[in-house]
Design a binder for this molecule. Structure first.
Ligand code: SF4
Ligand code: SF4
Length: 127
């Protein structure tokens, strides 16, 4: 009986369309929830370091002194933790997959955020 079950399954598989695609020759199916790669809006990053602390793969390194945000795409497991915890929401999970790489390369972004000046205190009129 097991033999016939196996033959039935094999025959079904032969006539059915493949459930996989020939990625990357064929474009992968994407939805709004697809996790492609993390992107940053460097003009809004306040160098707080939360993303670095929350990253389980140690893929992100922040340097307050050099004003840089860097990511190692080979380390990133695309968990979305950095995107979820960034307090100013300057990280976004893009639905496009990043290009395949064969060697470790770290992407470095220069943070261009400028802290707005504190509003001047108005002198209270003396009574
Ligand atoms: S998506 Fe996850 S693994 Fe990738 S950089 Fe963000 S926190 Fe780290
Ligand atoms: S990307 Fe967001 S969480 Fe990371 S250092 Fe900048 S502001 Fe903080």
């Amino acid at each position: 009986m097991a033999f016939f079950e196996m033959v039935k399954t094999a025959l079904k598989t032969v006539v059915r369309r493949p459930v996989t695609i020939l990625y990357p020759a064929e474009a992968a199916k994407k939805t709004p929830l697809t996790r492609g790669h993390v992107t940053i809006d460097e003009s809004r990053c306040i160098s707080c370091g939360t993303c670095q602390r929350k990253c389980p793969a140690q893929a992100i390194v922040i340097s307050k002194e050099a004003k840089t945000w860097q990511i190692d795409r080979l380390r990133c497991v695309v968990c979305n933790s950095c995107v979820d915890t960034c307090p100013v929401k300057c990280l976004v999970m893009d639905t496009q997959y990043s290009s395949p790489v064969t060697a470790r390369s770290v992407e470095i972004v220069t943070i261009t955020y400028v802290k707005p000046p504190k509003p001047e205190k108005k002198d209270e009129p003396k009574q």
